[in-house]
Write a protein that binds this ligand. Structure first.
Ligand SMILES: *[C@@H]1O[C@H](CO)[C@@H](O)[C@H](O)[C@H]1NC(C)=O
Ligand SMILES: *[C@@H]1O[C@H](CO)[C@@H](O)[C@H](O)[C@H]1NC(C)=O
Ligand SMILES: CC(=O)N[C@H]1CO[C@H](CO)[C@@H](O)[C@@H]1O
Length: 276
């Protein structure tokens, strides 16, 4: 191995800046894709039970759909150094695992081996129509309950995600639980897209989040806990010892360890105020 290729390798491994930014970026584009960071074997070792007959989403969430969907969002899992990339993918998979978990405390292989077990909310309490939203009006008879890996909910999310991904989210919300490619794309859309005043989950995990004054006052510092705050902070954050928050963290710790990467600080959001 030449000195320069050794330097390159080290910069990837250690996240240092031995190389100029331009050559670093060029190398990064050449070598690192989501599928090179997470093989089908690694994916399958995370989601040990997703295709069990006990899981309603049996055979729905395939590795190929995940990889294919990720290509629609080229910055996902390809930003920053190698550890950052793996950590972002682990965080994303952890959050969607909590959203779709079939696990319980004494489940086979532990509670965190049961991500991607559900594709649709079971007995939704409402049709998640915010009728005060005139930009994304509900279509008569349609329900905007949780569907897909991120359990996309509400007309004001189905509308814009459909717009971005070129399907009619308001008239055809069912596609999110009937087409696994669309399903993964909706989850990645949610992950990658900033919805003010919240930052995007992606920017938080790759170190591109700059807290506003309001964020600083609310303890919203970067880390996995802030991602939880973005996804469901109104219900889960600012509460000591919330079991849903612990479930998200448990998934993240397991996946980070399968990726051989550290989780980073601020896993919890119990000391953070939700966004308002
Ligand atoms: C993590 O480390 C273990 C043990 O060294 C190794 O077998 C495994 O392939 C590594 N996984 C990844 C994703 O690098
Ligand atoms: C911020 O977090 C610290 C502990 O980390 C806590 O003492 C403080 O009350 C928190 N502030 C707010 C506004 O939640
Ligand atoms: C073919 C198919 O899977 N159809 C499903 C589409 O989604 C609706 C509701 O989300 C299901 O009830 C159908 O079974």
């Amino acid at each position: 191995m030449t000195t320069s290729s050794l330097a390159l390798l080290l910069s990837f491994l250690l996240c240092s800046s031995l190389l100029s930014f331009a050559s670093y970026k060029a190398e990064a584009r050449r070598f690192i894709s989501v599928s090179s960071l997470i093989s089908k074997d690694l994916f399958d070792s995370m989601f040990l039970h997703k295709d069990d007959s006990a899981c309603p989403a049996k055979n729905f969430y395939t590795y190929n759909s995940f990889i294919h969907a990720s290509k629609r969002f080229p910055k996902f899992g390809t930003t920053g150094c190698l550890a950052t990339r793996k950590r972002e993918i682990a965080a994303f998979l952890a959050q969607i695992s909590h959203e779709t978990t079939g696990g319980w405390e004494t489940a086979p292989d532990g509670p965190y081996a049961w991500g991607l077990c559900f594709k649709e909310e079971v007995s939704p309490a409402s049709n998640y129509c915010d009728s005060s939203n005139t930009q994304w009006p509900c279509y008569p008879g349609k329900s905007y309950h949780g569907r897909g890996p991120i359990q996309l909910s509400w007309n004001f999310n189905y509308g814009p995600v459909g717009n971005a991904l070129r399907f009619d989210g308001l008239r055809n919300p069912e596609i999110v639980s009937n087409n696994s490619l669309v399903a993964f794309k909706t989850a990645l859309w949610f992950w990658m897209t900033e919805q003010k005043p919240k930052p995007s989950c992606h920017n938080v995990m790759v170190g591109k989040y700059t807290p506003t004054e309001a964020d600083a006052k609310a303890n919203r510092t970067a880390g996995f806990g802030l991602v939880t705050n973005i996804i469901n902070g109104g219900l889960e954050c600012g509460i000591p010892d919330d079991s849903r928050v612990h479930d998200r963290i448990g998934y993240f710790q397991r996946y980070a360890s399968l990726f051989n990467v550290s989780t980073g600080p601020n896993l919890d959001c119990e000391n953070q105020k939700p966004f308002s």
